[in-house]
Design a protein around this ligand. Structure first.
Ligand SMILES: NC(=O)C[C@H](N)C(=O)O
Length: 340
């Protein structure tokens, strides 16, 4: 007996993948992606899942997205959750890693695959990477279900909250510097760090996320304390400090005093490294210890995208500072590697 074809829901939010050339550069064009797909027979081969394409209106360049758009996508998936075996989100690459991270925190009890993908060249254009990315994302969602929010790009499937845009104009646009890919699509599809599971029919919970006031600052030699003072003015609730190396900041000068003033004013200061790869360990150097001493929290090996969306998620759930600080240190959705 032939097995039933899987059904995948595609939430098409926008991005280059469905764009059309205009006199002012690429623009999202309603109906254009669906029409382009109709002309590509490989998407309709019997090995492929059946799919429904839901085109959002308006289609967005992902640079225009806000937490309200994360919510819209999450709610859309929740509404369609019981009717499909998996979900593919077509999304612009610019903020793709933010959306993938945000969704990973917003979904609880996820028992089906959710894969975010897009492309660097529109699907309809010559040499597009969109066809491979979408075709593989659909195929993997149907035949290699990993129950997480993941990001597929250039033949690799990453955990969504570990991914970051690493190349502005190459096809290998994403990397997960602190976590190996879950799967690689070569001649064979190879499962690396992902866990394939049969679909779990259990209710999906979606947390509500609203936009929060969060500052992000990259440390640099000679940075004045007034920059910190200005960044943490009301109504800012949290500051992500992109520190040096394993989480260091200058000990001398008034920077530490400014951070302490912020922490005393109940602003959460989260320490992430400005390095592409590696983890914060404030016990490593006196310059890191000074931060830990005043109550700066370690962002461990989280990407900036994961740190920022985790803060959005936690600040949207509760006002309890102790709770938020504890959860920041906890590994909620595989976004950080706990220290042994
Ligand atoms: N490649 C892309 O999709 C970039 C586009 N600006 C976007 O993020 O929507």
């Amino acid at each position: 007996m032939a097995t039933k074809r899987k059904r995948i829901y595609i939430a098409y939010t926008g991005g280059t993948i469905g764009m059309m050339k205009s006199a002012h550069g690429y623009i999202p064009a309603p109906g254009f992606l669906e029409k382009s797909l109709q002309g590509m027979p490989e998407f309709f081969r019997p090995e492929m899942p059946e799919f429904t394409l839901c085109e959002y209106s308006p289609l967005m360049d992902s640079s225009d997205m806000t937490p309200a758009d994360w919510q819209r996508i999450a709610d859309d998936i929740q509404r369609n959750y019981n009717d499909y075996d998996g979900f593919v989100i077509l999304h612009g690459t610019d903020t793709m890693a933010y959306t993938a991270s945000a969704l990973s925190f917003m979904f609880e009890n996820l028992g089906k695959p959710v894969i975010v993908t897009g492309s660097q060249i529109p699907l309809a254009a010559l040499r597009s990477d969109g066809q491979t990315n979408l075709l593989n994302a659909l195929y993997i969602a149907a035949h290699y279900p990993i129950h997480e929010v993941t990001l597929f790009f250039n033949n690799r499937l990453f955990r969504g909250n570990r991914a970051t845009k690493a190349d502005a104009d190459g096809f290998d646009a994403f990397a997960a510097p602190n976590f190996p890919p879950l799967l690689e699509a070569g001649i064979d599809i190879e499962i690396l760090n992902g866990v394939i599971q049969p679909v779990k029919q259990r209710p999906l919970k979606v947390a509500a996320v609203t936009a929060q006031e969060i500052g992000v600052v990259t440390l640099y030699p000679g940075m004045s304390a007034s920059i910190i003072d200005n960044l943490v003015k009301h109504p800012v609730k949290a500051l992500i400090l992109l520190s040096y190396g394993v989480g260091n900041a200058p000990q001398g000068g008034s920077l530490i005093d400014a951070l302490k003033r912020a922490i005393d004013a109940e602003i959460i200061v989260l320490n992430c490294t400005q390095c592409f790869k590696g983890t914060v360990n404030m016990a490593g150097y006196a310059t890191g210890n000074a931060l830990a001493d005043i109550g700066v929290i370690s962002g461990q090996d989280m990407t900036i995208e994961a740190a920022l969306t985790k803060l959005h998620f936690l600040l949207s759930q509760t006002n309890n500072l102790v709770d938020i600080k504890n959860k920041l240190a906890e590994n909620l959705r595989g976004e950080l590697t706990p220290a042994d």
